[in-house]
Design a protein around this ligand. Sequence first.
Ligand SMILES: [Ca+2]
Ligand SMILES: [Ca+2]
Length: 356
Amino acid sequence: MGKLSVLSLAVAALAFLIGERLITIRQISLSYRELTQNYLPNCHHIEGIECGAEDITILENGLAFLSTCLKHPDLPSYSDDPGRIYTLNLLDSEQKIKVPNIKGDFDKDSFNPHGISVYTDNKDGAVYLFVVNHPQGNSQVEIFQFVEDENALQYIKTIRHELLHNVNDIVAVGTESFYATNDHYFTNRILMFVELFLSLPWCDVVYYSPQTVQVVAGGFMMANGINISPDKRYLYVANLLKHKIVVSEIKESTVLSHVKEVDVGSLCDNIEVDRESGDLWVGCHPNGLKWVFYDPNDPPGSEVIRIENILSEKPQVTQVYADDGSMIIASSVATPYGGKLLVGTVYQKALICDLK
Ligand SMILES: [Ca+2]
Ligand SMILES: [Ca+2]
């Protein structure tokens, strides 16, 4: 075969690969999807949140923690200020955010909070806040104890481990133990792009305790939100680029048994679980390309999905809220409390609505 023929074949093969990839990426990102507005009553923006509340979780007493101002090299940022954790008392009629004072030897200037989770110790009622942090683009997990009467966070420790390399979200299962998702396999920027371009399902879930650190589940395409059922038996993980929530049974801390995958039809980010009903509330990105290639004139929309009876044979997947980006951009979390719904976003605002 002549050199020209080899070159022609190589060019044709490359053109085929690129063409196939573009079609696949269009499908994976749901970029063809048109969103119909589906509003809730009495929605308004939470005052003071202007650079995102990527993750939100609410204590049983109605106090919400908001992880704000995430900086990510692939996403726009609306502020140069460091990230912060805010609290918001949903039982307080004023509903104003407050900044808990961080006590102890903690570097607030490089704070870049991402996924969060709270753990209440049954022995003494102490509340621990676990925060995924990306100072200087690294991944680590911070543990704080919440001092409620002072609205303060007492810094306890930082956890770093080579298996915790691209942590997106965590769910705490003890005072020093948690499950975490990695949303990429590679840490090199070019290889991260290749991983996405080739849709490699190489992301995983890691279990961490002071005694054991190991990968407990794999095969995810951008593993994202993670949470646990109220009885602590089942783990829920958002397989973002596969548009599914993966359910696993926790046999032992490090032994998970795959139960099922529930289709959500959207790129779902963080998962919150209603502690009474066990329903999952998920903040989702209805159009992945708009989410990544942020265009102010054609912004990404927002979608909130609720999953009822997830362990039954027929889980009900319901769209609770949808917006084309005119009200709220790039929703990443939704969590109900007392007839209200809080919706947070990766890099823009946060919303509070009445549930019908
Ligand atoms: Ca979380
Ligand atoms: Ca997330």
